[in-house]
Every structure is written in structure tokens, then in C-alpha cells.
Write a protein that binds this ligand. Structure first.
Ligand SMILES: [Zn+2]
Length: 355
């Protein structure tokens, strides 16, 4: 990995772009001073952003990570996989988007992931008494956090946990040092996820706007608007679903002070209602977050510094000395027009150029 200097870059510092300046890289990290013999790239006063972090996708193949890298997504947080051995083996490879994984998700017996999505029967958690054994098993797998499908029985048929089971899963996760991420696509599920103390709630309801009272109690959300819009398009005419409810819920959550994270739910699952494309969907998500009321700077923070803070990824998310050299270099300024994130000139992950 050769040392590198990116010259003449307007650096996204979390609030805006700096005047053009050099950024020095050595052994995959940002360093303070120029390194002797470093190769130099002229950024041409383009915008240098921290590599994007997709806080919700599903990865089972290397090609998914290659597509992420092409689009400037340098960190991928897998939020459940039916093949944990394959997924976990793709983590932390040089020259590839850096992957983290939940492994198997916590689901109720007979729920959609088991009957329709290829997850094995044996992972089902029948009640609170089974929570600790399930979480201990995930910890032995070496997962990075726990995913819990919090969903009352309904049209989606995704799960049917009692509040007691969700609470027990969250307690066990925390006792193993794992964050608990809740899948929730209805107001009732959001409520259950919040009351159980989950750390992040992902998705957002399509059936109704969540109440202001509930919004105030949500700490962190990864709404996956691009997925919710895709579901509405795929099945909305058969069910009382409306993307506008998702959009207004995000607006309400943001205004209530919840931390909003960028996530796409990109997947390669033929049984999924919709499959946002790896990497590319992140740019659609950023636009939808702006459409839902975040400023372009807030949307960029939702894809960089915010997820790094929430998931404890202290080595990334901002461009600063000591951090990983994960970057996305764009021609134009996405802090004034979020659509500029797709005009990508180069991408680096851990100091290795991917594009
Ligand atoms: Zn998902």
C-alpha cells in the first residue's frame, strides 16, 4: 500500500467543505505530514468525503461489496444473513468495502424469514427463556451486533415476538457487548422496539405516520427509505401502504431529535419484496433523506460520522489524522446539492483505490 497525497481537495469536515488542502495517507491511515516518496493525486478542488457507511444491507457475496465500493460505500453493515459463514468470511478484506455482520437474526418460530427467506428452523426464538442461548450462540459465531425482527403478526408475517422476548434479547445482547438493532415496519413494532431498549430501529412505517410522542422516544433510526419506497411500489396497491407516511415519519423523527442514519436494505434475495442495488441505492437514500427534511450536510452526516458514532467505529466516519483512509472524491459540492454524490471521480478503502 503506497503512501499517497491527495492534493487540492475540499474536505467535508462534518459541517461543510474546507478550502482546498492536501490529505496525506500512509499504511491505510490519514497522517499529519507528507510521506517521503508518496504518490500525488490532484483532486482538482473536488469534494473529498469520508467513505459512506450503509447501515442496513444484506451481503452474502463478494460482488455485493465490489458494487458498494464502486459507489463510494466503503463500510457495509450486514443486517442478517441466512449464510453467516460466507458473510462473516467476507469481513475486513483489504481492497474491498469493509464489512460487519449480524449473522443470523432473532426471529419467532414460523415467521417469514424461516418459511420464505431461507433461514433455518433452529434459529427461532420461541420465548424469553430462549433469548440468552440464542444470543450466546451469535456471540460464539463472532457477530458484530444483534438483529431482532420486532414485528407483530400481520400481513408481512415477519415475526411475532412478545415484548418480553424482545426485552430479554436486548438484555442478553447488551450483556454480551452487542448492540441490538430492531427491524420494525409498523407503529406498534416501533413502540415495542423502543420500550425494549433496542439501540437502533430500522425501517419506518408505511401504514401511518408515527406519533410525535413515539418519535420523541426513538434514539436512533435507519429508516431505509429507498426500500420503503420500493415496497410501496411493489405491493402498495394490494395493502394500505403509502410512502408519504414513511417520508413524514422520518421528518417527524428528525425534528424530534432522533439520530437518523443512512441505510438501504440492499439485498440479493429473490424472495424480498424489493432489492435496492448495492452501493447505487445509497445515493438514492441520501436524496430521499433530504426530501424528508434533512439538509444535505445532515444527510452526509447520516452516512458518515453518525453511523461511526452509533456503531462504535472510532476509526472512520470523519477525515482526520489517525482515521482510515476511506474516501469518496466527487466533482461537485454535495453539501449544497446532494445529487452531486453520484459524480464520483475516485474511491479509496483503507488507502487502497477502488475506483
Ligand atoms: Zn433488511
Amino acid at each position: 500500500m503506497e503512501p499517497l497525497t491527495i492534493e487540492n481537495a475540499r474536505v467535508f469536515d462534518g459541517t461543510g467543505l474546507t478550502p482546498p488542502r492536501p490529505v496525506h495517507i500512509d499504511r491505510g491511515r490519514i497522517v499529519a505530514d507528507p510521506v517521503r516518496g508518496a504518490r500525488t493525486i490532484d483532486a482538482g478542488a473536488g469534494a473529498l468525503l469520508p467513505g459512506l457507511i450503509d447501515t442496513h444491507l444484506h451481503v452474502q457475496a463478494r460482488a455485493a461489496l465490489e458494487s458498494c465500493g464502486h459507489w463510494g460505500v466503503t463500510t457495509a453493515l450486514d443486517m442478517a444473513t441466512p449464510r453467516p459463514r460466507e458473510t462473516l468470511s467476507l469481513r475486513h478484506r483489504d481492497g474491498l468495502t469493509d464489512l460487519f455482520s449480524a449473522g443470523y437474526p432473532a426471529v419467532a418460530p414460523g415467521s417469514g424469514p424461516i418459511t420464505a427467506m431461507g433461514y433455518p428452523d433452529h434459529i427461532a426464538v420461541p420465548g424469553p427463556e430462549a433469548a440468552e442461548a440464542f444470543v450466546a450462540s451469535r456471540a460464539r459465531d463472532g457477530v458484530d451486533y444483534l438483529k431482532i425482527l420486532v414485528e407483530p403478526a400481520g400481513p408481512a408475517g415477519m415475526s411475532a415476538f412478545t415484548p418480553e422476548t424482545v426485552t430479554a434479547l436486548v438484555r442478553s445482547a447488551h450483556s454480551h457487548g452487542l448492540k441490538a438493532i430492531a427491524h420494525a415496519t409498523s407503529a406498534a413494532a416501533y413502540q415495542m422496539a423502543v420500550e425494549a431498549g433496542t439501540d437502533v430501529v430500522t425501517h419506518v412505517p408505511l401504514e401511518a405516520v408515527i406519533s410525535a410522542d413515539l418519535a420523541r422516544r426513538v434514539l436512533v433510526t435507519s429508516p431505509t427509505l429507498v426500500m420503503m419506497r420500493g415496497i410501496q411500489t411493489a405491493v402498495g396497491s394490494r395493502l394500505p401502504l403509502d410512502y408519504e407516511n414513511a417520508r413524514l415519519s422520518v421528518r417527524r423523527l428528525h425534528e424530534a431529535g432522533a439520530t437518523v442514519l443512512a441505510g438501504t436494505d440492499a439485498n440479493g434475495d429473490p424472495s424480498a419484496p424489493f432489492s435496492p442495488p448495492y452501493g447505487e441505492a445509497m445515493h438514492q437514500e441520501l436524496r430521499l433523506l433530504v426530501d424528508a427534511g434533512l439538509s444535505p450536510v445532515e444527510a452526509l452526516r447520516a452516512a458518515t460520522v453518525r453511523p461511526a458514532e452509533v456503531f462504535g467505529l472510532a476509526d472512520r466516519g470523519v477525515i482526520a489524522v489517525g482515521r482510515r483512509a476511506d474516501f469518496l472524491l466527487t466533482d461537485d459540492d454535495p453539501t449544497t446539492d446532494i445529487r452531486a454524490t453520484t459524480r464520483i471521480r475516485h474511491v479509496w478503502s483503507g488507502g487502497i483505490q477502488l475506483r
